[in-house]
Design a protein around this ligand. Structure first.
Ligand SMILES: O=C(O)c1ccccc1N[C@@H]1O[C@H](COP(=O)(O)O)[C@@H](O)[C@H]1O
Length: 219
């Protein structure tokens, strides 16, 4: 995914579990919603639940399904029930596995010590996007932790979705410093694990707009 000019930072809000979450995210103006199909997550939904949530989505808002090392059978069965536009692979899936579902897909890379982002970008050249998340041993993601944004090479930044510990308070600074294609948030807009908070969602979107103003300010 090559992005030379980025008019505004795209936003995905992940881990929605209720129709009221969808309403809040759509009203706030996010571009994409994420449904977590990782049973260990407090935000996990079933394919049936996700299908119902997708029905509440208006046109032009992308539905993303998040999987962590799920089997091909599980993913196929989920795709049959829920009309997902895009798959987010958040585990140790290979590029060959990721491209086997006839859907657009993004690959999450957890920023473990020593990760070679240039090599990973090459390896996942077939992805529609790369998402960078914090690394915490023993946890698949959605940790609410930031990683050191200075580790992102500037030439890769315009292609990536930045994730990991973003909040209404830090997202403007993240956008100004990293200049990513998009941002992805889960825990930072929750009132409690798995329960999104409309006010935090609105505040997050305001933070994104502030960050966009700052990133486009000359000099
Ligand atoms: O949200 C989850 O529960 C989750 C579980 C397993 C893998 C990824 C998960 N979420 C993704 O994690 C990042 C960062 O989340 P946070 O903002 O730090 O809470 C984001 O990409 C979510 O899509």
């Amino acid at each position: 995914m090559k992005q030379n000019h980025i008019p505004r930072t795209r936003v995905k809000i992940c881990g929605l579990t209720r129709v009221s979450d969808i309403a809040a995210v759509v009203a706030a103006g996010a571009d994409a919603v994420g449904f977590v199909f990782h049973p260990a997550s407090p935000r996990a939904v079933t394919p049936e639940q996700a299908a119902g949530l997708c029905r509440a989505l208006p046109p032009f808002v992308t539905a993303v399904g998040l999987f962590v090392d799920a089997s091909a059978e599980t993913i196929d069965a989920t795709l049959e029930q829920a009309p997902l536009d895009l798959i987010q692979f958040h585990g140790n899936e290979s590029p060959e596995f990721c491209s086997g579902f006839g859907r657009r897909w993004i690959k999450a890379l957890r920023m473990r010590p020593g990760i070679d982002l240039a090599a990973e970008r090459e390896r996942f050249a077939g992805a529609d996007g790369l998402l960078l998340d914090a690394y915490e041993p023993g946890r698949a993601g959605g940790t609410g932790q930031c990683f050191d944004w200075a580790r992102i090479p500037p030439d890769i930044a315009p292609e990536i979705l930045l994730a990991g510990g973003l909040t209404p308070e830090n997202v403007a600074e993240a956008i100004e410093r990293v200049r990513p294609y998009g941002v992805d948030v889960s825990g930072g807009v929750e009132a409690a694990r798995g329960l999104k908070d409309p006010e935090l969602i609105f505040a997050f979107m305001q933070g994104v707009r502030d960050g966009d103003q700052r990133r486009h300010q000359p000099g």
